[in-house]
Design a protein around this ligand. Structure first.
Ligand code: 13P
Ligand code: SF4
Length: 305
């Protein structure tokens, strides 16, 4: 079995070479997919690297909004989503029609959109953000009020960091992170009293408030590697444990809950990456008018931080 997976991984790398392709994987992807990737990162890193990519094809092993972002930023390149059913339930919680109606209620108030959103929604947005730069992006606008979507929890985290700004948040959420209760975190702390709690800002406000650090997925890896602490309670999706252990092999990581698994992130297997490369299937194409408007909101973000 191990040999079969190794042969498949070698086939993927050979196909990538033949196709002049780079493979990007999000930090939540299966370990076997992360292992064949050229770049593994958080949403911000994947977006930045897509705009700089020097290859004809980008295979984006992640979910649809990440592949759309790559297609918008990497003009002229072919972007493939290996499992075309991989979406993000939070991104589906706001549509372009919802956003148009919401904006009409708050004329003149800038819209900050988490990248976990569709290209059509980004096209109606002033500026995008990710979990890594949401606070900086909102601060940079210098506006006393902002509309923030779709994640109410990331919106609440930003509001807590910037009390002088009124953050009006859409009522979306990540089903994986929003399930976590404060009680669960307290139980884990009782079991591991010396461990540092690192949480993703998609967690509920009381969970983020109880964490020692609230960070994007890649920021968590850097933090764990650099911190003096040797034990961590990890409050995010299970896939990050692979990267954390690789970033700090001598440290111990306790995943808060085995149920913290994003089913969409786990859809992609090596076979899907191989098939996408073999027949260039799963191409993500964003219509030009939508892409142009969405690119403006993404580029405003990358210019900020
Ligand atoms: P990061 O950008 O922090 O990797 O988060 C993406 C995501 O979908 C978290 O659920
Ligand atoms: Fe979307 Fe949550 Fe999955 Fe991230 S973990 S892709 S926010 S459903």
């Amino acid at each position: 079995m191990v040999e079969v997976r190794a042969a498949l991984a070698a086939e993927v790398r050979e196909l990538a070479r033949e196709r002049d392709a780079v493979i990007f994987a999000h930090n939540y992807q299966r370990a076997e997919v992360q292992q064949v990737a050229d770049i593994v990162g958080d949403s911000l890193e994947l977006a930045r690297r897509a705009s700089e990519a020097d290859a004809a094809v980008i295979v984006l092993a992640g979910v649809r909004f990440m592949a759309e972002t790559a297609a918008i930023l990497a003009t002229g390149k072919t972007v493939l989503l290996p499992h075309t059913g991989a979406g993000c339930p939070m991104a589906d919680m706001i549509t372009a029609a919802h956003l148009s109606d919401w904006k009409a209620e708050f004329p003149g108030v800038p819209v900050v959109m988490y990248v976990n959103s569709s290209a059509e929604v980004k096209a109606l947005t002033d500026v995008c953000c990710t979990s890594a730069n949401a606070v900086e992006v909102v601060r940079s606008l210098g506006s006393p009020r902002v509309l923030f979507a779709p994640d109410r929890n990331l919106g609440a985290w930003v509001a807590a960091q910037l009390p002088e700004i009124e953050v009006i948040a859409w009522n979306g959420y990540c089903p994986v992170h929003d399930e976590v209760t404060l009680e669960r975190v307290r139980d884990a702390q009782a079991l591991h009293p010396d461990a540092v709690v690192i949480a993703h800002p998609e967690c509920r406000p009381e969970v983020s408030a109880a964490a020692d650090a609230v960070l994007s997925t890649s920021q968590m890896m850097r933090y764990a590697a650099e911190a003096e602490a040797s034990e961590f309670i990890v409050v995010t999706e299970a896939g990050l444990l692979h990267g954390l252990q690789a970033a700090a092999p001598e440290k111990r990581f306790y995943h808060l809950a085995p149920a913290m698994i994003c089913a969409d992130m786990k859809l992609t297997r090596l076979e899907h990456v191989r098939d996408a490369l073999a027949d260039l299937s799963g191409e993500v194409v964003v219509p030009a008018a939508v892409a142009d408007a969405a690119r403006a909101s993404l580029e405003r973000m990358t210019a900020i931080g």
